[in-house]
Design a protein around this ligand. Structure first.
Ligand code: NAD
Length: 319
């Protein structure tokens, strides 16, 4: 029997703990269990968070545990893996992290877990596929953080550029969480007005949009060069996603979702806008992409598909 609002986190590194910490201030989670291959770290992190509980938003149980804790969890969030090093692309980490993902998800499923599996480990689209294949769970109940962070970066930069609240920036970064992502600008709205119309009316330069996209795409590399890892942004984005699932919010976010003849692709996880609720991905939002954007989507999907076939499949079928 699932316990309401019980979340298990696998991987108590920078990303996982940024999300874990954020639950103390946001509230919305009743029980949080921390698992890590480094058991002492998980215990230490749990103790540190427990000591913040007198100042937390709501009463919570926080503890370190093992995979048996997944049996009655509503959500298991996986942020385990090796972090991106300076100069290393997300895809470089693929084979190493695929093996780690497979072993973690096997342990989770042995517990009898029957909730929603949320993956943030990179390369996230490919790791989500490994998690889905290993778990045997329905596609909709396995999802990745996809381009939620990239979309947040985009909304932040556009809000600065246009001097409009991030709440009113409706624009998505789609595709791989990585170098082949893109923004379908014809589907970007400020309030309910088309961004391209606004740019035209205000006499802004369309090239500014390319600059903004470029900044979003380079953001992770720049942060990693400066401080070795990125974690607060993704931690908060994961918090938002977890609460959307727990509260059955039907919110639209750009997650890594399974393509089943969506956007012309199948048997692949990739970042698209999707409606998120209690069962994970409730619906893929189909934006009618123009020819240029569909070509960008196809390029991004093809990049992932090649790695899936060449690097991921051998790991999935191996003993
Ligand atoms: P980190 O090195 O700080 O933490 C990783 C944790 O995973 C460590 O505590 C490690 O002990 C643990 N771990 C490793 N193997 C394990 C296993 N088999 N079982 C359980 N735990 C295990 O790294 P980080 O900065 O927290 O990044 C974690 C992951 O998140 C990386 O893959 C990183 O690329 C990714 N990330 C994703 C996004 C995104 O937008 N999706 C953003 C930033 C980072």
């Amino acid at each position: 029997m699932k316990k309401d609002r019980k979340v298990v986190l696998v991987g108590t590194g920078f990303v996982g703990m940024s999300m874990a910490y954020s639950f103390l201030t946001s509230g919305g989670v009743d029980e949080l269990v921390l698992i890590d291959v480094d058991k002492e770290k998980a215990i230490g992190e749990a103790m540190d968070l427990q000591h913040g509980l007198p100042y937390a938003r709501n009463k919570m149980i926080i503890k370190a545990g093992d995979y048996s804790e997944c049996s009655d969890a509503e959500i298991v969030v996986i942020t385990a893996g090796t972090a991106q090093k300076p100069g290393q692309s997300r895809l470089d980490m693929t084979a190493i992290n695929a093996k780690i993902m497979k072993s973690i998800v096997s342990e989770i499923m042995k517990s009898g877990f029957d909730g929603v599996l949320l993956v943030a480990s990179n390369p996230v689209d490919l790791m989500t596929y490994v998690a889905w294949k290993t778990s045997g769970l329905p596609q909709n109940r396995v999802l990745g953080s996809g381009t939620i962070l990239d979309t947040a970066r985009l909304r932040y930069l556009m809000s600065e550029y246009l001097n409009v609240s991030t709440n009113n920036i409706h624009a998505y970064l789609m595709g791989e969480h990585g170098d082949s992502s893109f923004v379908p600008w014809t589907h970007a709205y400020i309030g309910s007005k088309s961004l391209l119309e606004i740019i035209d009316e205000k006499g802004h330069d369309l090239n500014d949009l390319n600059d903004i996209y470029h900044q979003v795409q380079q953001a992770a590399y720049e942060i990693i060069d400066r401080k070795k890892a990125t974690y607060y942004g993704i931690g908060l984005a994961l918090n938002r996603l977890v609460l959307a699932i727990l509260n059955d919010e039907h919110i639209i976010m750009t997650v890594s979702a399974y393509m089943d003849n969506d956007y012309g692709w199948e048997n692949l996880y990739i970042g698209v806008p999707a409606k998120i609720g209690h069962e994970g991905v409730e619906e893929i939002i189909h934006l009618p992409l123009n020819e240029v954007d569909q070509a960008k989507f196809d390029k991004s999907a093809a990049t992932l598909k090649t790695i899936l076939e060449e690097t991921i499949q051998p790991v999935i079928v191996s003993e």
